[in-house]
Design a protein around this ligand. Sequence first.
Ligand SMILES: [Cu+2]
Length: 229
Amino acid sequence: MGGKWKQRFEGLAAATPVTSRTLFFSEDNPDSQFFITVDGAAPALFDPNNPPAIVTTQGSVEEWTIQNRTLENHEFHMHQIHFLVESQNNFEINGSQPYPAIQGQLADTIQIPFWDGNPSHPFPSVTLRMDFRGADVGDFVYHCHIAEHEDHGMMAIIRVEPSAMAAAIETLRLELASLGQTLGLLSRPNPERIYGWCVQGKLVRIRTTTNDDQTAARARRISDAPTER
Ligand SMILES: [Cu+2]
């Protein structure tokens, strides 16, 4: 009996990613410029007015491979959600060791060590399973966790669009709130308004909280009218 509730992160390892993306760290060292870029896009310094570098939909699971194309370490840090560490790739050929302790673990930060600069060596990278099945929607950021790099541009925006169901519920909620206000269920009485009650089709009482003379006089006139109880 009853529904089966899904825990957040439940079954993440078994979930099928709907999208695969490659991101990479790069630098323009003489100019102290640091970038994190989705492969195929032009590297851009972070600016809060930048459009989202990635747009996804709530409910999706994605697979991201994040490469380090620079000669120093970087630490990928994701806001709002956690990811599953699937693999740490090409570390040894570049002179680093993977960290067995984080393999298969959930994390929000992971180091990707330096590339050794040898053009015949593949870039070190990590492959992560990103979980957008939680409640978080809207714009948030991912960046290098090394503050100096982050401050010099190594950050970007991701947008998580609400799922179709969540969007429908939000639309309904707004429409109900609007209806509630129309019916006076959700707002305090308007002090400018005159309130009357009808009994058997006749107005029996009037009340106003405004000091406006004309309105008050009108209210008195109505309340002086013969009434039935
Ligand atoms: Cu960095």
